[in-house]
Design a protein around this ligand. Structure first.
Ligand code: PGA
Length: 251
């Protein structure tokens, strides 16, 4: 059984003080939740303060990006070790905003994945097509390219703890969600791609989150799809009530 994982990507939102307030509120609402992996991904500046509040509890902490190098002259970047030593357990890699706004390529994502997997970080690798790509019928081509590009040079065993997030770019922050069936179809396609390249075990066991305008109102129908193992939530994770309702939609 694949355990459901709900992660909140806060993007460039919340000061450190606001971040602490938000997780405290969240913790008060999810104390009875069991059997769901829960992760929050605040900006770098709030990671340490949020990690202190979360302690050893059930909500884990992740970063939104990292550099592939162990250290050195990379102004503005942070390394996997820096994240680990302040309590991060997860890291989002290859988010479409990183790809579109900061020029991240599949090759970059691949290097970051290698660096993350060299530590104990759990990477959440994002893949997904843009609207024009979907309209041109290129969804499968793009998604395959993102998945195989990120996973290039790895063995199935190395990829065991990786999480994928299918996030159609046209559904991010737009209020347009892929229908549960549309999302499920792409998730199933990703499993086929993985099965061809890495074998059935990885294809069946890897967790694939859906992301793109996930809200309390649509979470249950998305999460009830057989191939969808969780959600990567942007906007709705900035509000403790909405995010906790999405988490509770799992059960
Ligand atoms: P959204 O963002 O939920 O605001 O659409 C999702 C994401 O970018 O991960």
């Amino acid at each position: 059984m694949r355990r459901v994982i709900i992660a909140g990507n806060w993007k460039m939102n919340k000061t450190s003080t606001e971040a602490v307030q938000l997780v405290k509120e969240l913790l008060s609402k999810i104390s009875d939740v069991k059997d769901v992996d829960m992760v929050v991904c605040p900006p770098f500046t709030s990671l340490e303060s949020v990690a202190w509040v979360l302690g050893e509890g059930s909500v884990k902490i992740g970063a939104q990006n990292m550099h592939w190098s162990e250290g050195g002259a990379y102004t503005g970047e942070v390394s996997a070790k820096m994240l680990l030593t302040i309590g991060c357990q997860y890291v989002i890699l290859g988010h479409s905003e990183r790809r579109a706004l900061f020029g991240e390529s599949n090759a970059d994502v691949n290097k970051k994945l290698r660096a993350a997997l060299a530590t104990s970080l759990i990477p959440i690798v994002c893949v997904g097509e843009k609207l024009e790509e979907r309209e041109k019928g290129q969804t499968e081509h793009i998604v395959r390219d993102h998945v195989l590009g990120a996973f290039e040079g790895f063995s199935a065993a190395q990829l065991r703890r990786v999480i994928l997030a299918y996030e159609p770019v046209w559904a991010i922050g737009t209020g347009k969600t892929a229908s549960p069936e549309q999302a499920n179809e792409v998730h199933a396609f990703i499993r086929n791609v993985l099965e061809d390249k890495f074998g059935e075990l990885l294809a069946k066991s890897i967790r694939i989150q859906y992301g793109g305008s996930v809200k309390p109102e649509n979470a249950a129908s998305l999460l009830s799809q057989p191939e969808i193992d969780g959600a990567l939530v942007g906007g709705a994770s900035l509000d403790a009530e909405s995010f906790s309702r999405i988490i509770k939609a799992v059960t």
